[in-house]
Design a protein around this ligand. Sequence first.
Ligand SMILES: *Cc1c(COP(=O)(O)O)cnc(C)c1O
Length: 436
Amino acid sequence: MTEIVTASTARSAALFAEAQGLLPGGVDSPVRAFRAVGGTPRFIARARGAAVWDVDDNRYIDYLASWGPLIAGHAHPGVVAAIQEAAARGTSYGATTEAELDLARIVKQAFPSIDLVRFVSSGTEATMSALRLARAFTRRDKILKFDGGYHGHADDVLVQAGSGPLTFGQPDSPGVPAASASQTVSVPYNDLAAIRDAFQAHPGEIAAVIVEPVAGNMGVVPPQPGFLEHLRAMTREQGSLLIFDEIITGFRIALGGAQERFRVTPDLTCLGKIVGGGLPVGAYGGRREIMEQISPVGPVYQAGTLSGNPLAMTAGVSTLRLLGEPGVYDHLERLAARLVDGLGSAAQAAGVAYTANRVGSMFTGFFSDATVTDYASAKRANTRRYARFFHAMLERGVYLAPSQFEAGFVSLAHTDADIDATLTAAEAAFALASRE
Ligand SMILES: *Cc1c(COP(=O)(O)O)cnc(C)c1O
């Protein structure tokens, strides 16, 4: 894939070359390597508000937001000051602090379905632990997930059914034991009949259904009307737990996440990303009777040396307090709508097949003329076009996710001027993207 380089990326290129000898593929998380779009991954030197600067001093308007957490923008002065103050008092004690209670109170207030919450250090830990808990509580082993749903990289959820509903999970990665994958059933997102069939095929065996209530990891795919309600009804009828993986949607599409926005109440909720305000935090919580199965109250073991870390809790508290201000979500909604509508118009003007999905301030524009409702329809998008568009935008100072199948995010730091600049860049980028 050729990249038209107008700005210098010499230093990023040199560092990325050196990184190959230090980190597998030069990265600590695979999508950062730009394999889906080609070209040189930018090494980031600093960031502030809606902007990031790379090591060659190129400035970008950022819609990656560190993959979601930075809803307040980068280096928000209030968040930075709170972290600095906390750091000066010590970075970790291995004992409970008041900051954990502060964050727990905020989480509980935003999510009335959460009586008790346990903090961990990543989203992966949150989903992995919630699934263990669901299995212990129901005394069942199987879990139901959705094709294209991402719930972190634990064995049980690194599974996607190969073809069609009711295919037993095939591991997505070598190293995942076939025995763990075989406990996972995966069906198409938004497919009510497939869910019913899965429960019928495994009566009394499914411990939990885990779902991104707005899918964000096959690109943004909203739940169709009735989908979440159906899941709630089916799980209740079948004695399974409903787990909302709100690691992206929590505090993103409403303070109380998808469960507030769509008024469907899960048994367990997983949080991550925004809850840590840019530091490593995950969380899972839910009804008291379920959560009290966790050690030290109950028998389900789960622990963490840095769980509830005071710096991370402080970053979460100070970020979530900003989100409690009036008008915050209206502002995000308005800016994101302007951006996504504008991208749609620019694509149309350039004659490019493009369909955008947006819920609140999370969005994906698919290079496709079909509506995207599940993983199969998402995969019809033209990824070569996306790659060209991505690089044309990067060249023009706009940083989007380096893959067609990821979400973009608007933050509180974005302004109308940022949206205008982005749309101007997009007019040119769509024209380039359409050239074969
Ligand atoms: C990011 C993400 C995870 C995993 O969180 P990590 O902190 O990367 O481990 C799980 N589920 C969803 C929906 C996510 O977007």
